[in-house]
Design a protein around this ligand. Structure first.
Ligand SMILES: Cc1cc2nc3c(=O)[nH]c(=O)nc-3n(C[C@H](O)[C@H](O)[C@H](O)COP(=O)(O)OP(=O)(O)OC[C@H]3O[C@@H](n4cnc5c(N)ncnc54)[C@H](O)[C@@H]3O)c2cc1C
Length: 377
């Protein structure tokens, strides 16, 4: 039986960052991952993830985002690799809609550089976009995208340079905590540590029953379609977007790594799933739903399919994150419920979770993300 200062359960986006921050502080850490270091079963695959500052979901996130940008830049320099591409971002929808109004509120509240325009002006600036004239669009120059698989690997590799031990293909079967110590039993052995950080993504409620109903896996599908006019969707010509239209809320990216216009629908077909049983093979109905959207709003991008991928969200009831210590075991902390918008925050969530493990408190204001908020309702 080996003893560590901390064990990180799950090395996806949040766990890999947590491992890095703990290791960098000189703690003896073990990272355990049930699949390969890079895999397609969880939430952090698919080549690109949007990052943006004008956060329409809630202005509370902006302070964390500023630190997230700083930490991503630092990781790039440590890894000597480009992980973050700035493209500008568009948050668009009806005048009174949640995306446009929320992005405007965040921009005004935090004094973020931004421009507001209608759908026609957006098309003049970025001709891949064909939104109705009356669509209200907020353009933010600091938006862009991250490369999630590369970011996860960079966090793990940097953690290893600080002595972290990493075991992949080693599922955690059970864990426990008593008298200030924690333990985990895996398919290969048993390990002890002073602290346990659970970053299990869609599997969170399987490991922490208290999260049942509070961290619910949902199937998503992403599409990459071949543009008829690739020059309109290339990096530099096409900002990332969040868009609210009558068909729902969608997000998208310029072509990158795969020569296709990439996009998806938030909460795709509303399929709540068991992450161990989910159908990861996209179906014709998945493609049809996405293609209908592209035909209408991005007709020059709606060519033949190049790639479709299924992926999982883990939704909390209010769609905000859960960052807290376990209600009964203060030695155990939990990062869960990222509700389809967590990736951009991994770098700073790693810092928050390392703080919680080390001192029980974080240097960042995480009151908004406490698990106890659900007990109160
Ligand atoms: C289609 C899609 C598009 C998205 N787009 C964006 C976006 O543009 N911008 C953005 O910010 N966010 C986006 N997100 C959300 C973001 O990707 C997630 O919030 C983030 O990846 C969650 O990271 P995680 O570490 O919680 O989960 P994961 O990355 O899934 O990591 C959890 C890890 O825990 C491991 N694990 C689970 N159980 C065990 C066990 N028993 N033992 C050992 N290991 C275990 C899993 O194998 C997995 O590797 C998107 C998500 C999806 C699905």
């Amino acid at each position: 039986m080996a003893a560590y200062d901390a064990i990180v359960l799950g090395l996806g986006g949040m766990g890999s960052a947590t491992l890095f921050h703990l290791a960098r502080r000189g703690l003896r850490v073990l990272g355990l991952e049930r699949f390969d270091l890079v895999h397609e079963h969880g939430s952090s695959h698919g080549l690109t993830r949007i990052i943006r500052l004008a956060y329409w979901e809630h202005p509370t996130y902006v302070a964390l985002l500023r630190r997230a940008y700083e930490l991503w830049r630092e990781l790039e320099s440590l890894a000597d690799e480009r992980l973050l591409h700035i493209t500008g971002s568009v948050d668009a929808g009806p005048e009174g809609g949640a995306i446009f109004q929320g992005a405007l509120r965040s921009s005004q509240f935090h004094g973020l550089p931004h421009e507001v325009m209608d759908g026609a002006e957006l098309h003049r600036r970025f001709p891949g976009y064909r939104l109705p004239r009356e669509t209200r669009c907020l353009y933010q120059p600091e938006g862009g995208f991250l490369l999630p698989e590369r970011c996860n690997v960079a966090h793990v590799a940097q953690a290893q340079t600080h002595g972290a031990e990493v075991h992949c293909r080693e599922p955690v079967l059970e864990w426990g905590a008593e008298e200030g110590r924690t333990w985990v039993r895996t398919a290969r052995g048993r390990y002890e540590a002073g602290r346990l950080v659970i970053c299990a993504g869609p599997w969170a409620s399987k490991l922490v029953p208290e999260l049942s109903g509070l961290a619910v896996a949902e199937r998503q599908v992403l599409a990459w379609l071949q543009p008829a006019r690739p020059e309109l969707f290339r990096l530099g010509a096409f900002p990332v977007f969040n868009l609210e239209v009558e068909e729902g809320r969608f997000y998208g990216f310029p072509s990158f790594l795969v020569p296709g216009f990439k996009f998806g629908k938030y909460h795709h077909r509303g399929e709540t799933v068991d992450p161990d049983q989910v159908n990861r093979e996209p179906e014709p109905a998945d493609e049809e739903l996405l293609r209908d959207f592209a035909r209408r709003y991005f007709p020059d991008g709606a060519g033949p399919a190049l790639m479709l991928k299924a992926c999982l969200f883990t939704n909390s009831p209010d769609r905000h994150f859960i960052l807290d210590r376990h209600p009964d075991h203060p030695e155990v902390s939990i990062a869960a419920g990222f509700s389809g918008h967590g990736y951009k925050f991994c770098s700073v969530v790693g810092e928050v979770m390392a703080d919680l493990a080390q001192t029980g408190r974080s240097r960042h204001d995480i009151e908004f993300f406490r698990l106890g908020r659900f007990a109160a309702t």
